[in-house]
Design a protein around this ligand. Sequence first.
Ligand code: HEC
Length: 110
Amino acid sequence: MKKLVVAVSVLSLFGATSAMAKTGAEIFKATCTACHGAAGEGKKALGPALKGNEFVVKGSDADISATIKDGRTGAAKKYKEFPSPMPAQKALTDAEIADLVSYIKGDIQK
Ligand code: HEC
């Protein structure tokens, strides 16, 4: 009986984690498309294109993760044609950011 209880609680723990963790594609749709466009094509004055973006294609996972996590404000900003800052994405977990990086380096570039 005790074994069964342990098995059931381990299962529900897994269930809870996978239900909570969002995939890169889901996060992109919910959080990034407003400024970067549904297909990563960019939006005038709001956010640069991520599709075909050299930093996204050639940059290291660590640099891209840091950009997503910390955003781009003040001296860290690179583009004059996108006057607003990119907000830091503090609510995302490291695992979610890692999945987001694979999504923008992978599917978005196709
Ligand atoms: C409120 C608008 C906004 C949102 C939301 C936003 N970004 Fe950005 N993002 C920007 C702007 C503006 C820049 C350019 C900042 C600069 O001048 O360097 C940028 C830059 C970037 C860059 C670097 C591009 C480069 O050429 O250096 C990446 C990567 C990126 N964003 C990914 C994301 C991801 C992934 C999300 C969703 C989690 C996201 N952004 C959400 C506005 C936004």
